[in-house]
Design a protein around this ligand. Structure first.
Ligand code: ZN
Length: 404
């Protein structure tokens, strides 16, 4: 039996780029598998009541072959692709409107006896020949990696919202912990193509988990190995394969400046313009962002600050950005400075100074002298994370782009 569904990508499963996120992909796959198992009467409830056992996720590989955007229609097929003595594989394939495979997933499940907590034979948990495996539609192969934790990246505490109906940590929450290690801009610049997860243990509310990178991670080749540990025991292993090359490590002290740098990097790697990114923050939330688009738009006024102001005003539905703070990698030029004032922005934090902008060949300083300097705005403009932003400028300089 194949479960076939026609649907569109919901906004809640999308990332900042309004494309299906990795977390959203796991959610879609899990929903479809749960529904298909329900149709076959081997869902959690039936198994608990009838067979006194439970199917648990062991491994899942998801290949994002084409991106799917919000509202984009897709056709999903979900079916059992193999039944072994102690495990079964469930494949899920999502095809886009052109009938191309956009997402392919293989999920391996094992049944556990609820009394002994030992593995059960599949034939004793509903797969007694009454259900037969379908021929696999896609080539999906698991990879075997060695996961030796190397460095602890983060520590998270499992909260009640991370818990599933069995009082264990939700599989999707684990993916969320892993994906949260990267800024939104990096996810969009270097999308995940493959993610393979092995579940080795379970955790519960209040547990403190360590998110670790593992030996063998080679970001230049787009391969990352992670492990999630609890009390020195690995509970989850994960392989991530991404597109593109990693960012040079630039660490800002201020988290908003970190996002601003990520925004600027996205711009320079895309060839959009200079190393200037901006984000606008209101009540702790980023409400607008943009990077220099002078080259991409053939528009000498498309500075990062202007793009971010337009983005925030459109999102908030107002031309009055009172209560907002602007972060920018380079001290604003006179044009942007006055645009920021026109927008009623409360305060500006910048990384590199106007002199630093001049050092890499931009003409801000000349225009600033022409407009009479900025002594009167000393309190309004504050320099933070200059070192981190200088590193960003260095990356740009190495790329040998032009200035204007
Ligand atoms: Zn400007």
């Amino acid at each position: 039996m194949k479960l076939i569904k026609h649907d569109t990508i919901p906004a809640s499963y999308c990332d900042a780029d309004v494309k299906l996120s990795v977390v959203g992909a796991f959610q879609i796959v899990e929903d479809l598998v749960t529904e298909m198992m329900g149709e076959l009467s081997i869902d959690g409830l039936v198994c608990m009541n009838t067979y006194k056992a439970m199917w648990i996720f062991v491994r899942n590989r998801i290949e994002m072959r084409h991106s799917l955007a919000w509202k984009e229609p897709y056709t999903a097929e979900c079916y059992i692709s193999s039944i072994g003595k102690a495990k079964l594989n469930v494949d899920t394939v999502l095809k886009n409107a052109e009938n191309a495979v956009a997402l392919a997933s293989r999920l391996e499940l094992c049944a556990v006896d609820l009394k002994t907590m030992k593995l059960r034979k599949t034939e004793t948990v509903g797969l007694d020949g009454r259900i037969i495996a379908e021929e696999a539609e896609c080539e999906i192969k698991y990879e075997r990696g060695k996961f030796i934790p190397d460095q602890c990246l983060d520590t998270v505490t499992v909260r009640s919202s991370d818990i599933d109906y069995c009082h264990h940590t939700n599989n999707i929450s684990y993916i969320r912990y892993l994906m949260n290690q990267r800024a939104a801009a990096e996810h969009s610049r270097r999308p995940v193509r493959v993610i393979e997860v092995q579940y080795a243990g379970q955790t519960h509310e209040g547990d403190e988990l360590q998110i670790c990178s593992c030996k063998g991670t080679n970001e230049n080749k787009g391969r990352e190995y992670y492990a999630i540990r609890h009390n020195d025991e690995i509970v989850l292993n994960c392989l991530v394969v991404r597109d593109g090359k990693p960012d040079k490590e630039i660490d800002a002290d201020d988290p908003y400046m970190q996002e601003t740098i990520a925004e600027a990097l996205e711009g320079i790697y895309s060839g959009h313009g200079g190393p200037f990114g901006s984000v606008i923050v209101k009540d702790g939330v980023i409400v607008g962002r943009g990077h220099n688009m002078v080259l991409a738009n053939t528009d000498s006024t498309a500075h990062g600050e202007i793009i971010a102001i337009r983005d925030a005003e459109k999102k908030l539905g107002t031309y009055d950005l009172s209560g907002c703070v602007l972060y920018t990698t380079g001290e604003p030029c006179p044009m942007c400075l006055y645009a920021v004032l026109w927008a009623n922005i409360d305060k500006v934090y910048y990384g590199c100074t106007i002199k630093d902008n001049a050092e890499i060949g931009f003409r801000d300083e000349i225009f600033d002298e022409l407009s009479g300097g900025r002594e009167a705005l000393k309190e309004y403009l504050t320099c933070i994370d200059r070192d981190a932003c200088l590193k960003l400028f260095k990356v740009y300089r190495k790329m040998k782009h032009g200035t204007y």
